[in-house]
Design a protein around this ligand. Structure first.
Ligand code: 4AD
Ligand code: MG
Length: 460
């Protein structure tokens, strides 16, 4: 394989002929020489190639425009300019694909809104190149963390017949003719005629199926796309996002919280270790202080408090909130931020939420009012992880499902899992884009995934 620009930039000047392939970011002409900066996505910095104009035709020089793809061979020499140690003295320049003047990415800085419309080109910008590399490091770190700790990677289905979070935020999957929907005698949609012979949806979480594998393999994790038809037009919500969901058998909430904390620290540290150039870019142009805030998260033990304690802290400050709190209400982003930024000054794990604001599968506490849930809250962001210990007692789970109006028959296998060798188990879900957004300091979640899907937007 040819050398990537990152490797070329690390070379010493020498007599070897080196080939660089990439896209021209900028060109500067002077009387005798032209400079082009070539980028191939391997790092933020480009390679400067210097062309002696007497060796190249004016036609070639004029076709070397921002955005064109080139293959340049030459020797590595010490650079005379101050911006780089070495540069490529070009001996042969081949333009592979020309790029006309209507190329949307010009030298000036573009807004993220503009770039979102040009999503097929945005990875060629400094910002999106850096995001893409950081996302890659984090994905790799997710796998290394779990693999190093003996977890088995499991692929749970994307098309599902159950609703894990019970929030009714699912996208339906159907091949029925929507202009002519088959009906049963009593006027309902006849799903027996649909592709799967029953109602099917895109999954909101791989957890329920993940639990079945944890109760065989002990520790598993999933890492895949999930889908939510929430009508949330915010900087934190996507309709299609990636989630990491570990599940551990013979494990209670304590082990779950411990795993979540170690996991977050591990993936944040991986980025600081491997992407220092990209992180310096974010620190300078996106969010000053982002590096320091990650270092702070990595070195601080997370604070723990119950929901009831959290509400006590928040109630004292109700005058500061748009939505004042009281026991029983959902904790919203403004409250989550207050807890982490003002009260704890570090990440906080809130546990034991009221059962009425959490999903059906969470383990009931003795008080009958709260469940063994946990949310990991991060400064600047709010909820980054949601998890719980699962209800592993058959009768308690059945009662809870009936209480919530869920059809036990539809979850027969999930219930039966509690009949055959049930055991305490726990897990959590990390929204991958929330994590990438946190690490990069990028404001909008739509800018940390290649092709964002959200309400009224499904471009590309
Ligand atoms: O809190 P949630 O809904 O929990 C679950 O889905 C559980 N089944 C996880 C588990 O215990 N295995 O979602 C988990 C995380 C959230 O904390 C958040 O980071 C992210 O997924 N998330 C979203 N990210 C982007 N866009 C959305 N619409 C999201 N909804 C949740
Ligand atoms: Mg949640």
């Amino acid at each position: 394989m040819e050398k990537r620009i990152k490797e070329i930039l690390a070379l010493e000047p020498g007599e070897d002929t080196i080939k660089a392939e990439g896209w021209v970011r900028t060109k500067r002409d002077s009387k005798n020489v032209s400079f082009i900066e070539i980028n191939d996505g391997s790092c933020l910095k480009g390679l400067q190639a210097v062309l002696d104009r007497s060796s190249f035709s004016d036609e070639l020089i004029s076709k070397l425009t921002t955005g064109c793809s080139v293959s340049v061979t030459g020797k590595i020499v010490k650079s005379e300019g101050g911006n780089q140690d070495v540069e490529l003295r070009a001996e042969n320049v081949e333009i592979i694909g020309e790029c006309p003047a209507d190329y949307p990415l010009q030298k000036k800085r573009h807004t993220v809104e503009f770039l979102r419309e040009k999503a097929y080109l945005r990875p060629r910008t400094n910002l999106f190149g850096a995001v893409t590399r950081v996302r890659n490091t984090m994905a790799y770190a997710v796998h290394s963390f779990f693999q190093e700790n003996g977890f088995v990677y499991v692929n749970t289905p994307l098309i599902s017949a159950s609703d894990c979070e019970g929030a009714g935020a699912q996208f339906q999957v159907t091949t029925l003719d929507l202009e002519n929907v088959p009906k049963t005698p009593d006027g309902k949609v006849d799903y027996s005629k649909d592709f799967f012979g029953k109602l099917a949806n895109l999954t909101v979480s791989g957890q329920l199926e993940g639990e079945t594998y944890a109760l065989a393999m002990k520790n598993i994790y999933t890492f895949g796309p999930t889908f939510r038809a929430e009508n949330s037009n915010t900087t934190r919500h996507l309709a299609e996002f990636w989630m990491i969901e570990p599940e551990m058998a013979f494990c209670t909430l304590e082990g779950d919280m411990d795993c979540a904390e170690k996991f977050l620290k591990y993936i944040f540290k991986a980025v600081l270790d491997k992407n220092s150039e990209d992180m310096e870019f974010f620190n300078k142009f996106v969010l000053p202080g982002v590096i320091e805030s990650l270092e702070h998260v990595i070195t601080s033990p997370f604070e723990h408090m119950t929901y009831t304690e959290a509400i006590k802290h928040l109630e004292k400050n109700n005058d500061k909130f748009e939505f004042p709190v009281s026991w029983g209400v959902e904790i919203q982003t403004e409250h989550e931020r207050y807890l982490t930024e003002e009260i704890a000054k570090r990440p906080v794990i809130v546990t034991d939420y009221p059962k009425d604001i959490k999903a059906f599968y969470m383990k009931m506490n003795e008080d009958g009012k709260t469940v063994r849930a946990m949310d990991v809250l991060a400064p600047r962001l709010g909820e980054i992880i949601g998890g719980s210990e699962r209800e592993y007692r058959y009768d308690v789970l059945l009662d809870r499902m009936k209480e919530l109006g869920l059809d036990p028959a539809a979850y027969w296998w999930y219930l039966d899992l509690r009949k055959y060798g049930s055991v305490p188990h726990a897990g959590f879900g990390l929204g991958f884009e929330r994590a990438v957004r946190y690490v990069t300091g990028i404001e909008n979640i739509r800018d940390v995934i290649p092709y964002p899907r959200y309400v009224k937007s499904c471009e590309y």
